[in-house]
Design a protein around this ligand. Structure first.
Ligand code: RNT
Ligand code: ZN
Length: 426
């Protein structure tokens, strides 16, 4: 592996040359790195244990979500999950957040119903995050539960079921506010529900009216925005909800605008050829903030590990070009149990950051001028040329500067961690 890595001298020489190349285009690489260092990704805890959580009675995942693979080493409890996260964070340049789900509550072996969850059940997470400098984002878990088995939660026609999930979401917002207050950085509490029909419904309106009413009741309690911010995540279809999803993109876009809350865009939740990059400047004309669930669908919403794809770069370019870095919160959302789970986090996060760096290294004024002058030939030629600028040298330098492994050295660390820690979990 290490043959791929530059020596220190190569690293600095390469950076200096790259710096000059970018400077010629008016791009300040040091400034780009400072901006990059200020961006925190929200790393999703659920990659570490295949979205299982720590509730005693393990329900089937359901909700149209599916994790495939049997790679050894899944975290079986909160301490293991935190250890794995520590390892992953140590291999990702920058300081990053954690995205937590309600099923990761620590109840000391006692069964606590989801509508009765309290901040104290997340005290260990908050303590760990405070010590390590991570902000926390949060999610009600409206799946993997007997009361979600019928396929409906917040849009259920059964008042008992619907109330249970409303109460759960209310509890989660308070937990979100607790994280925000304890950690001094607002927690984004994101609601996603699986509700939908496998086959064509006759009534598409009814469940949406129920969902709207449920959300209104959930959001009724005002919480200080410096502690908690709300987001809603739509979806086109899931396994078992192929024909109709109550919480569609249009539904939540309208809802987020009307309530002035955040909209969550998951890159796997649209038609397979539909991308979220083009949606950012459109929805940000009407909502204050967007939460991203950066994922990678392969043929469907398969939640593959994020890689440095054209679409990922396009998403980051839209954030940078629109000057949206402070209004877009970048979270990751994938779950792959067929590879080393720590490596999955690192690959996804490093890819997201590399895409963001590529966006930060664009000579924006130059490109804007070409466009304004109507020189679309020059704009296209420039876009293509930029793709082979020495961006990798800037990335390597950034990793060294941030004290994380350069190049594939991080894999040596993961393999070592696997031998030391993951392989012992059976
Ligand atoms: C499901 C949504 C949702 C989940 C997580 C586990 O399709 O993407 O964000 O992935 O809540
Ligand atoms: Zn998502």
């Amino acid at each position: 592996m290490s043959i791929l890595n530059p020596t220190d001298k190569q690293l600095y020489d390469a950076y200096t040359l790259a710096q000059e190349r970018y400077a010629a285009l008016g791009v300040d690489t040091d400034q780009a790195l400072r901006t990059l260092a200020g961006v925190s990704l929200s790393l999703h805890c659920w990659q570490g244990d295949d979205v299982r959580g720590f509730e005693a009675a393990e329900a089937e995942l359901g909700g149209g979500l599916a994790v495939t693979g049997h790679y050894p080493g899944r975290a079986r409890n909160a301490d293991e999950l935190r250890r794995d996260l520590d390892e992953a964070y140590s291999l990702i340049p920058g300081v990053h957040r954690l995205n937590l789900h309600a099923i990761y509550a620590e109840t000391g072996g006692r069964k606590v119903e989801r509508n009765e969850l309290l901040p104290e059940h997340f005290a260990a997470w908050a303590e760990w995050a405070r010590e390590k400098g991570h902000g926390i984002d949060f999610n009600p878990t409206c799946f993997a539960h007997p009361l979600a088995a019928g396929g409906f939660t917040l849009a259920s026609r059964d008042e008992g079921i619907r109330n249970f999930w409303i109460e759960h979401c209310i509890a989660c917002r308070r937990i979100g506010a607790y994280f925000g207050r304890t950690l001094g950085t607002p927690c984004i509490t994101n609601i996603w529900i699986p509700d939908g029909f496998k086959d064509t419904p006759v009534d598409r309106k009814g469940p949406r009216m129920l969902l709207k009413d449920s959300l209104d009741r959930i959001l009724a309690e005002p919480l200080p925005p410096q502690y908690n911010r709300d987001a809603v995540e739509g979806k086109l279809f899931g396994i078992g909800s192929e024909s109709y999803v109550v919480g569609s993109h249009e539904f939540y876009l309208g809802y987020a605008v009307s309530k002035r809350i955040m909209l969550c865009l998951d890159s796997g939740h649209f038609h397979p050829t539909e991308t979220i990059s083009d949606k950012l400047s459109a929805v940000l004309a009407f909502v204050d903030g967007v939460l991203l669930h950066v994922s990678r669908g392969v043929r469907w919403d398969s939640d593959h590990v994020v890689t440095l794809s054209d679409e990922l770069v396009a998403v980051m370019q839209e954030i940078v070009r629109g000057d949206f870095l402070h209004r877009v919160h970048i979270g990751l959302d994938f779950f792959d149990a067929s590879i080393n789970r720590v490596a999955a986090w690192v690959i996804g996060a490093r890819s997201a950051l590399r895409a963001l760096l590529m966006a930060l290294l664009e000579p924006l004024p130059l490109l804007q001028r070409l466009e304004l002058e109507g020189d679309y030939t020059g704009r296209l030629a420039m876009f293509e040329e930029l793709k082979s600028l020495p961006f990798g040298a800037v990335w390597d330098y950034y990793c060294a500067q941030q004290g994380v492994p350069v190049g594939l050295q991080w894999m040596d660390r993961v393999r070592d961690y696997e031998k030391r820690e993951l392989a012992r979990r059976t």
